[in-house]
Design a protein around this ligand. Structure first.
Ligand code: NAD
Length: 348
């Protein structure tokens, strides 16, 4: 029997190993490190190949591929978004991804990315907020208390110094789950019975709901001067969270405009409505918040460079086989042209 060569064995981080890795390192530390890793890649934005993600839509959801490369490494993520899955006992969002060596084209990592997406989405939100939110923000409203919610709360605590989280969900069971999961984190938690109550006194408002329609989680009269909105849930054509009038009063920051114009809150605006690319703020080329009265909006949809940074971060943490298995994923005969011979010898 032919043994797979070492170089053809691809490290695979399963869900179980991802959870072991995050728990061993500490989730707040992971969120801080991931924020810095994503920020480092946003600073070198021009180095990357960029394309809007490739989306296959159906009436109930979307399946997307998110590729990018910096010329040395290549990464892609497979991810779905199916809001109705929740009612069937399934995740709304699941994902896995690959990191490869551009020089050989060989994959160097295959990883679960459902947990990693929740981590990187939260880290990206916190990264945006540390450049855009009002100084001294300590209280955040968290509207939508599903799978992503606790990760968002902890990233804002670990990265931005948020002390109070004000939770609201149309489903009280979701809020109860978050209150339980976050109870020993040191955050002050306030369960609220309406979105209006949740945003009271909050300097940051995160919306992270799932509904495949143009929802109005926030209406214009709910949004006062000076707040930062972290709009995470609207990430697909026909799926938004904010009333259009809020967008017209906000300074809007996006990841990659050609993708966000299709998927983000700004799909509700004219195609030439001015937006600022977040990487330019991070690189110091353009201003973020200009005054205490600005309403800043991070129109998050999730971009491939965040997943690339997350995959590289995980790859860098793999220490031997502690947090991965080695998969026999690539056929790699000793004589490269003798692929058929390898198959024939395996039959013998
Ligand atoms: P989820 O289904 O686990 O949770 C969504 C929650 O929103 C549920 O608890 C639901 O009851 C609640 N909700 C629905 N309508 C609401 C309303 N009107 N008011 C208050 N709460 C409401 O989904 P999830 O995995 O937490 O994802 C949330 C959203 O974030 C999804 O739309 C997903 O596509 C999006 N997402 C975006 C990114 C990104 O990078 N921007 C990344 C991951 C997920």
């Amino acid at each position: 029997m032919t043994q797979p060569s070492e170089r053809a064995l691809v490290p695979f981080v399963s869900v179980e190993n991802m959870m072991r890795l995050v728990n061993a390192r500490g989730i707040e530390r992971v969120l801080r490190e991931l924020t810095d890793a994503i920020e480092a890649d946003f600073r070198r934005w021009p180095d990357f190949d960029k394309t809007p993600r490739v989306a296959a839509h159906s009436p109930v959801g979307v399946i997307e591929l998110m590729p990018t490369s910096d010329g040395k490494s290549y990464g892609f993520k497979y991810v779905n978004g199916h809001p109705k899955n929740l009612r069937e006992g399934l995740q709304t969002v699941t994902a896995f991804g690959v990191l490869s060596d551009v020089a050989t084209g060989y994959p160097v990592l295959l990883s679960e990315m459902t947990v990693l997406t929740a981590l990187r989405t939260a880290a990206t939100s916190a990264m945006a907020a540390r450049h855009l939110a009002p100084k001294g923000a300590r209280s955040m409203a968290l509207i939508g208390n599903g799978a992503q919610a606790e990760f968002q709360a902890l990233a804002f605590k670990a990265v931005c110094g948020i002390e109070e989280i004000r939770l609201y969900d149309i489903d009280p069971a979701a809020t109860a789950k978050c209150l339980e999961n976050l109870k020993d984190t040191g955050l002050k938690l306030v369960g609220c019975e309406s979105p209006e109550a949740a945003i009271e006194g909050a300097q940051i408002v995160t919306t992270v709901t799932a509904d495949k329609r143009n929802a109005t989680i926030l209406t214009d009269n709910m949004v006062g001067a000076g707040i930062h909105i972290n709009a995470v849930g609207g990430d697909c054509p026909g799926k938004t969270e904010l009333h259009r009038d809020i967008l017209l009063r906000s300074r809007i920051f996006v990841e990659y405009p050609p993708q966000t114009r299709i998927e983000g809150e700004i799909q509700q605006l004219d195609p030439d409505h001015p937006v600022t690319e977040l990487w330019q703020v991070i690189a110091g080329a353009l201003p973020g918040r200009r005054s205490a009265a600005d309403i800043t909006l991070f129109d998050s949809v999730g971009f491939a460079i965040e997943d690339f940074a997350a995959l590289r971060y995980v790859h860098g943490l793999l220490d031997g086989d502690a947090f991965c298995e080695r998969l026999d994923l690539l056929a790699d005969p000793d004589e490269p042209r003798d692929l058929f011979g390898m198959l024939r010898r395996a039959a013998a």
